[in-house]
Design a protein around this ligand. Structure first.
Ligand code: TXA
Ligand code: MG
Length: 318
């Protein structure tokens, strides 16, 4: 299939493809998404096929305002104040809220769950796309399953040229790391996936939020968390203790074996989060065998970064 390339000047053309149940990749402030109508089973199936994504891993539904959110999800009156506070503080932006789903969202989109994950992205072209299409847009990150997310048009094109109907070309994503996913469908709020909005920022709005994403119960709740993720071809070794001498020792050992080794100290790279997925993707292009990465401290955005690095790692040295 020919993949059409759109710019912000021809969003309406891209929206027409969405209305025809086709898949169009779109930019957001976090990472690129692989979009299709969230109201149609066959459209959603095309996303899973293009990504090689397991069908029990649900998709985020992107809406352009709160009215559209109410078309896809129920808001429990007891939680309305909290949800409004979250929306006012973080939307449009990098927060995804899990709520009980309405029947218009097919099981294919929710992965068989009775909830739906919803987000209003902070990207003008994509808000326009959702408005013009007239339907909410289901969209996981635009990468082949298990590979690093796409934060540049070139990443999306590499993974999906010829496999989807269109891509909206835009600048590289400002944030570069995915949204935080918070479950508001249970008695108390739970952070299911750490992301760009920090746990501390969420706690300032919802003091009773808990952080159980590593626990077994949450693994079942947020199916995506159980799969291997963000992995380049190279073997990624993460050093939790961040000791330079230890990293240098490993580097020496692998160099002696004739391996091509890249060493990364994220704290020395400006705005590391913005380029994290690009760096992982580049390591394949440069044919690295081994990536040795030092840990970052787990506060603020460091928390989400460590989550992604642990998932990319095939070995963690602690
Ligand atoms: O920033 C982002 O969130 C990007 C952009 C495109 O919006 N999207 C993204 O989607 O990262 P994806 O599919 O790669 O990750 C969505 C995560 C997965 O871990 C999935 O399991 C979880 O959200 N999720 C989706 N629906 C859920 C639900 N109903 N209940 C619990 N977790 C859900
Ligand atoms: Mg993803």
């Amino acid at each position: 299939m020919k993949t059409q390339i759109f710019t912000r000047n021809d969003i309406r053309e891209a929206a027409k493809l969405i209305q025809q149940w086709e898949v169009v990749a779109f930019p957001t402030e976090t990472v690129y998404g692989l979009g299709a109508s969230a109201l149609d089973t066959d459209a959603a199936k095309k996303i899973y096929e293009a990504k090689w994504r397991p069908s029990d891993n649900p998709l985020i539904v992107h809406v352009h305002n709160l009215k559209q959110l109410r078309e896809v999800a129920y808001i429990d009156p007891e939680k309305e104040d909290d949800i409004k506070k979250l929306a006012q503080t973080f939307w449009p932006g990098a927060l995804t809220i899990v709520l009980p789903k309405k029947p218009c969202i097919p099981d294919t989109v929710s992965g068989g769950l009775d909830t739906v994950a919803v987000r209003i992205p902070n990207h003008q072209s994509t808000l326009k796309l959702i408005r013009s299409a007239g339907v909410p847009i289901a969209g996981p990150s635009a990468n082949i399953s298990g590979k690093p997310s796409s934060t540049r048009f070139s990443h999306v094109f590499e993974d999906f040229d010829g496999k989807i109907s269109g891509v909206i070309r835009s600048r590289s994503c400002k944030v570069g790391i995915e949204s935080s996913v918070i479950d508001m469908s249970q008695d108390t709020p739970v952070l299911l996936r750490p992301g760009w909005v920090s746990f501390e920022a969420l706690q300032a709005v919802l003091p009773d939020i808990s952080l159980k994403y590593t626990g077994d119960t949450t693994i079942a709740k947020s199916p995506g968390m159980k799969y291997k993720h963000y992995s380049p071809e190279a073997q990624v070794i993460l050093f939790e203790e961040n000791t330079i001498s230890q990293i240098l020792e490993y580097q020496k050992k692998y160099l002696k074996q004739g391996k091509k080794v890249q060493v990364l100290y994220p704290e020395k790279i400006q705005n590391f989060w913005k380029d994290l997925f690009h760096i992982l993707r580049q390591s394949d292009k440069k044919w690295y065998d081994i990536l040795l990465i030092a840990a970052v401290s787990e506060t603020g955005d460091g928390y989400a970064i460590m989550n992604r690095l642990r998932k990319a790692a095939s070995e963690i040295i602690s």
